[in-house]
Design a protein around this ligand. Structure first.
Ligand SMILES: Cc1cc2nc3c(=O)[nH]c(=O)nc-3n(C[C@H](O)[C@H](O)[C@H](O)COP(=O)(O)OP(=O)(O)OC[C@H]3O[C@@H](n4cnc5c(N)ncnc54)[C@H](O)[C@@H]3O)c2cc1C
Length: 329
């Protein structure tokens, strides 16, 4: 009988772990509280505004991740985003701060990446796991409606550490590792303008107290070219405005964009806002790219264990999956 593994979190780390475990013959089931797989790699769609509001692009430097991305490039599921990329400070544009970076996007949206990676993966969407306990016969999970799942031979926690900690007993030693990880929040406004606010758009690394990044979403590969922009706040701005009215902080981000460009902006036609409590983590790589308790067959993976970002999440998921025992139980 194949080993049964539960994965909590269908972001890039959880999906990568699921694919690697399935390739090794494990029986995998993934739980995610969201409406779609992908986690922070997400594309919001509405009649007025379609744009990537989470991760903006990804790199593929690690050879095995690069091989996966090459296959997805050939299948037109991802494409290279050529930019231009610039810095922006008080009306002055500077050169691309990482000129050697090759940047990729999902097409027609970033969510194409997790969708393609998770094809035929059994994912229970809309299921928020609230408790995970190791019983004598394996791991048992309980969701927000009190439904029990399990037992599972192994458990992979593929969610931000603060959320992973809440699922485990207070005595679980892994929680001490989680408590040392700090993740920064981001507020995001997706804005449609009546005209292009700047000709020099693409991706802008902004030096501003409120704004850290602006993307012309319409400039990405296989997009409409529309004047839809994604504005990401700095972490201090997100901390300061987290509980405030979203329309108010969205307007502040738009005003910050005008200040950074040094011009008056065209009229705003539509705006949508998003909050990311656990957005980014600049932490050093965790030894082994995951947190591991061999005795309990408990593995925690995610971007935070592999220096952040989409590629880090994938590397962590694959590294964690390799530590699951698949032989005789
Ligand atoms: C605004 C923003 C911009 C970014 N820009 C970039 C970029 O340009 N390039 C880049 O490489 N990276 C970027 N990142 C970072 C990148 O998105 C992440 O590093 C990566 O997506 C993390 O993947 P993950 O699988 O570790 O976690 P996540 O994507 O967070 O996945 C965790 C999953 O767990 C689920 N979950 C949480 N709690 C529960 C629960 N109790 N029960 C069930 N499911 C649960 C969530 O719904 C989620 O789907 C950005 C992130 C943000 C937020």
């Amino acid at each position: 009988m194949s080993v049964k593994v539960a994965i909590i979190g269908a972001g890039i780390a959880g999906i990568a772990a699921g694919c690697a475990l399935r390739d090794r013959g494990a029986s995998v089931i993934v739980f995610d509280k969201g409406r779609a797989a992908g986690g922070r790699v997400c594309t919001g769609r509405s009649a007025e505004l379609t744009a990537d509001h989470g991760a903006q692009y990804f790199t593929a430097r690690e050879p095995n991740f690069r091989a996966l991305i090459d296959r997805l490039l050939a299948a037109n599921i991802v494409a290279r985003w050529q930019g231009p990329f610039r810095t922006l400070r008080l009306g002055t544009f500077g050169p691309d701060p990482q000129p050697d970076s090759v940047r990729y996007c999902g097409v027609p949206g970033m969510s194409a990446l997790p969708r393609a990676m998770s094809l035929s993966m059994p994912i229970c969407l809309g299921v928020q796991i609230e408790r995970a306990r190791r019983q004598p016969n394996g791991w048992q999970l309980v969701d927000a409606s009190g439904v029990l799942y399990g037992p599972f031979d192994s458990l992979v926690l593929a969610l931000p550490p603060a959320q992973a900690a809440m699922l485990l007993p207070a005595t679980e030693p892994m929680r001490a590792v989680f408590s040392r990880v700090q993740m920064a929040p981001t507020l995001c406004a997706v804005v449609s303008f009546a005209a292009m606010p700047t000709p020099a758009a693409g991706g802008l690394f902004v030096d501003d107290p409120a704004l850290s990044w602006v993307a012309h979403d319409g400039d990405k590969p296989m997009r409409s070219g529309a004047a839809t922009f994604v504005l990401h706040s700095t972490a201090p701005f997100a901390h300061q405005h987290w509980d405030a009215d979203a329309v108010a902080w969205g307007a502040l981000l738009v005003a910050s964009f005008a200040r950074a460009l040094g011009v008056a902006l065209p009229a705003v036609l539509a705006m949508r806002t998003h909050r990311f409590r656990y957005a980014q983590c600049e932490r050093e790589e965790q030894e082994g790219l995951c947190v591991h308790d061999a005795e309990q067959q408990l593995i925690a993976v995610g971007d935070y264990a592999a220096a952040g970002r989409v590629e880090g999440a994938w590397r962590s998921g694959v590294a964690g999956a390799a530590l699951i025992r698949i032989g005789q139980q």
